[in-house]
Each structure stands twice: as C-alpha cells, then as structure tokens.
Design a protein around this ligand. Structure first.
Ligand code: ATP
Ligand code: MG
Length: 338
C-alpha cells in the first residue's frame, strides 16, 4: 500500500554472508532510479523458543504489514536444533508457490542463447515436510506428504500465472509412474484444475524425461509454465539456472495469499562474503520481479534494461561471470546505464 508520501513500504531482510553487500547494490540502484519505495530493514536471526525455531515478532509484523519483502540469503546455523530458516519463513507466511523464471542474458555466452523457462515449485510440503523417523536401527523413513489443498492451490496459481504472462500452456512435471499415489494425486488435481482454464493448454511429463530434454534443447519449453512438487522444483530449477550462467543470475519469488517474499536462488556464499566480490544480479532481478508484482512496472523495466546493458557490455562484470569488477563497481555501472 502506498503511503501519504506516494511511496510503498517494503520489508528488507538483508540476510547473511554476501547478503548485506548485494542488498546495498539494490538499495543504491533503487535510489538512483528513483523507485517509489521505502525499505524497512528487519533482522530475522532465529530464536529458539521451547525447542522450536521462530523468527522475531518484529520481522513477522513488518512482512505482514507491508505484504511484500525482499530477502537476501540466510545461512541456517548448524547443530543448534534449528530447522532451515528459509523453510520457517515459507511456513510462517504460507508462501505456497515458488516462481523461478530462467531467462538467457543477451551478451553473456552460454551453451544455449534463447532460454526463457518458467518454473513453479510447490513450496510447503512434499519431500520438505520434515517428517522423518527411525523405524528400527538401520532403517529410516522419510515421508513425502502431498495434499489436495496444497496441490490445488499451487496448480491454480500456475494456470493463472500462465495466463497472466502470456504463456498459455501448463505442463505438470511428475513421477506418477513410481509415486502412484502422491504424484498421482498431484497429477489428477492438475487435470481437474485445467478444466477451469479452457484457454490454457495442459499436458504432463515425467521428470527424468523433462531433464533429458531440457539439457538437450531447452527452447521447446520456452512457451510453457512448468509446475511440480517441491523437490523436483528444487532440482530442476538449479539445473535450469546452470543453462543461463549460474546462481549469480537467477531470481525467484515466494508467493502467498497475504504476502510475497522475493529472493535470489543462491545461498549466502560464505567463501566470498565481505570481500566485495559477489554478483548482486540475482537479488536485483528478484527485486524487479517484486516491482512487477507490485505493479511498479516502469521502474522495473528501466532497471532491468540497465542490468542487461551492463552485462552485455561485459566491461564491468563480477568474477563469477569472468569479469574483474567489485560488487559496488558493477552497481555503479548499472546506475550509469539507467
Ligand atoms: P549456503 O549454505 O548459504 O547455501 P553455500 O556454501 O551453499 O551457502 P552458495 O551461496 O549456495 O554457497 O554458493 C555456491 C557457490 O556459488 C559458492 O562458491 C559461491 O561463492 C557462489 N555464489 C553464490 N552466489 C553468488 C553470487 N551472488 N555471486 C558470486 N558467486 C556466488
Ligand atoms: Mg547452497
């Protein structure tokens, strides 16, 4: 919602590792482009209350109030009994769909030049339900939970999204030949939901086949929206990120009914943290997805063009892309190209 000053308040979670550095680039570029946004920075360092990981109430309140957040990578402290903080955030705000566009960047050479994939990953259940136990010594069981409610919600979102972005074809990616009940349910709900979207074509493909085909030639997938259960989406979207130049370039949006959190696909990159070497493009493109989601499209287009121009010029790019520029120098070059 716009404030009386005509600006939108957005929650900013800078995150760990390279998080503060790449967040600074986003802030600098937004200021230079005069984006009508005010950042509300919050800390989400987890607190362990009664053995349960929770995020600070102020952070929850801020995201709930603003309904939109940009988030840097979060490292999950190891061995303190915390579950993944990313997972905690998704559950706290019921962010049921993870949208991952994967688009070639003109001027940055990769084996394929025309990749324009759209993946939607179920974000709340499946293999990530965290239900695991020892049956007897040496035998463990992990439960993949698939529910009608969560499947229908993400599938409806996928069909609507396909319509909205002008790619009126949805393909469910599954393994229902093996997981007959769980993926079978996901698939049959997909067929049901497709009936409510007569203008959107629907089909389905086995995950293994999809992987083989996409790495052999991704272009036949450009006109479709791929939707799938949680773990398949995790793996397939990293694979697709590899097709366009890696983790420094891929954005994502976690979408819920009440709020949405946009974030880079990559982690906190502790190996290069604090050195000014990180590529802020993935977080920047996430912030552009966020602006589009909010309807602030003119600023989004302008920043995106400046990013693509800077990458295509290739003079001021970061080390992961084969350049020598520091994070701040790259941001400076983007600002010049605005
Ligand atoms: P985490 O535990 O937070 O996921 P990680 O050790 O898995 O951290 P990632 O962040 O997933 O590290 O990164 C994997 C590799 O990719 C690292 O070598 C990292 O330096 C590199 N990398 C990731 N993001 C970026 C980025 N934005 N710019 C440059 N290099 C990056
Ligand atoms: Mg990682």
């Amino acid at each position: 919602q716009k404030g009386s000053d005509g600006k939108y308040m957005v929650t900013l979670i800078e995150g760990d590792g390279i998080g503060p550095e790449i967040s600074q680039s986003v802030k600098d570029i937004f200021t230079a482009a005069d984006v009508p946004i005010k950042w509300e920075s919050v800390d989400v360092t987890p607190r362990l209350i009664d053995g349960k990981t929770s995020i600070p109430q102020e952070a929850i309140d801020s995201v709930t109030r603003n309904s939109v957040a940009l988030k840097g990578p979060l490292a999950t402290p190891i061995g303190k009994g915390h579950v993944s903080l990313n997972l905690t955030l998704r559950r706290t705000f019921n962010l049921f769909a993870n949208v991952r566009p994967c688009k070639s960047i003109a001027g940055y050479k990769t084996p394929y030049n025309n990749v324009d994939l759209s993946l939607i990953r179920e974000n709340t259940e499946g293999e990530y339900s965290g239900i695991e136990h020892v049956v007897v010594d040496g035998v463990v069981q992990s439960i993949k939970l698939i529910t009608r409610a969560a499947s229908e919600r993400v599938l409806r979102f996928a069909f609507q999204y396909a319509q909205d972005i002008g790619k009126p074809k949805v393909r469910a990616v599954h393994k229902a030949t093996i997981m007959k009940m769980s993926d079978g349910l996901f698939l049959s709900i997909a067929r049901e939901v497709s009936k409510d979207f007569p203008n959107v074509e629907f089909d389905a493909e086995l995950l293994d086949n999809a992987c083989l085909k996409i790495v052999s030639d991704p272009t036949p997938y450009n006109d479709k929206v791929l939707v799938m259960p949680n773990l398949y989406g995790d793996i397939l979207s990293d694979m697709c990120a590899g097709l366009i130049g890696g983790l420094g370039l891929t954005p994502s949006g976690n979408i819920g009914d009440e709020c949405s959190i946009f974030e880079a696909v990559h982690g906190s990159a502790p190996d290069i943290a604090g050195k000014g070497l990180a590529n802020p493009t993935a977080l920047l493109l996430s912030s552009i997805m966020m602006l589009q989601h909010m309807g602030v499209t003119q600023h989004a287009d302008r920043i995106r063009e400046a990013i693509f121009k800077t990458l295509a010029e290739g003079r001021t790019i970061t080390g992961d892309l084969g350049g020598k520029a520091k994070t701040a120098e790259y941001a400076e070059a983007v600002i010049k190209n605005l």
